[in-house]
Design a protein around this ligand. Sequence first.
Ligand code: GUN
Length: 281
Amino acid sequence: MQLISGKAVSADIRVELAEKTGKFAEKFGRVPALAVIIVGDDPASHTYVNNKIKGCAQVGFRSICQKYENGTPQEEIADCIRSLAADDGVDGILVQLPLPKGYDEKYLLSLIPDCKDVDGFSPTNTGLLSMNTPNTVSCTPLGVMHLLASTGVELAGKDAVVIGRSNTVGKPMAMLLINANCTVTVCHSKTKDLARYTRNADIVVVAIGRPDFLKGDMVKEGAIVIDVGINRVDGKLVGDVDFEQVAPKCSFITPVPGGVGPMTITMLLANTLSAAENRLS
Ligand code: GUN
């Protein structure tokens, strides 16, 4: 069993991004810029946003962070997004999700132009991915593809099971694996006898948001298991995979923490640089 270190893969990519940022600045006279909008006081969301801002600093990007209290009129936030959308010096706009109750997520996200949609959540970016002509791809599934590539294992022809069907992770993950010529099954909370699928899979990506969901008897010997779960149990970070049971059966597995987690923000930074390059060149 080999551990896939998201921490190490992520660190290597950030070094590359910092170098590319230097070249970008020489060419365009400024560094890439990411704007992050957060509404409300959810502590986990604030931690993610702080890490996004820190990530920008680490690779040399400019960042703008707009914080709004829960209860701020929706149009005030909409105006902020419109002004960032019109600002030529801003390359990426991200609205941290979930928004507090009462805000229309679909409406606010629709104000982000496709060329600045560094989350890859827009209908156009989602559609382009499903047509295998991707523009910007959702950060977490894109990070998983980098982790799979780091194993050196050929993906074409592999049986892959994705557990979870969210618009942000499960669905784009399935698309990326299809585009990589895997045979893909998507399982979810309503799937009957889910282990029937996972037991036959060469690759299992778990993004269901339930601590220790994937057990040892649910995977086959030699499988690659990617754990997207970030669950807080008694203050401790736990994945969706019962690591102790599953790891001994795997050829490769990601730990939590230090697996998929570090990749997500790195992919956001990569998407921001690409968005900047695409817009300016
Ligand atoms: N909340 C949790 N993950 C994400 C993400 O990747 N993007 C945004 N915008 N919000 C999130």
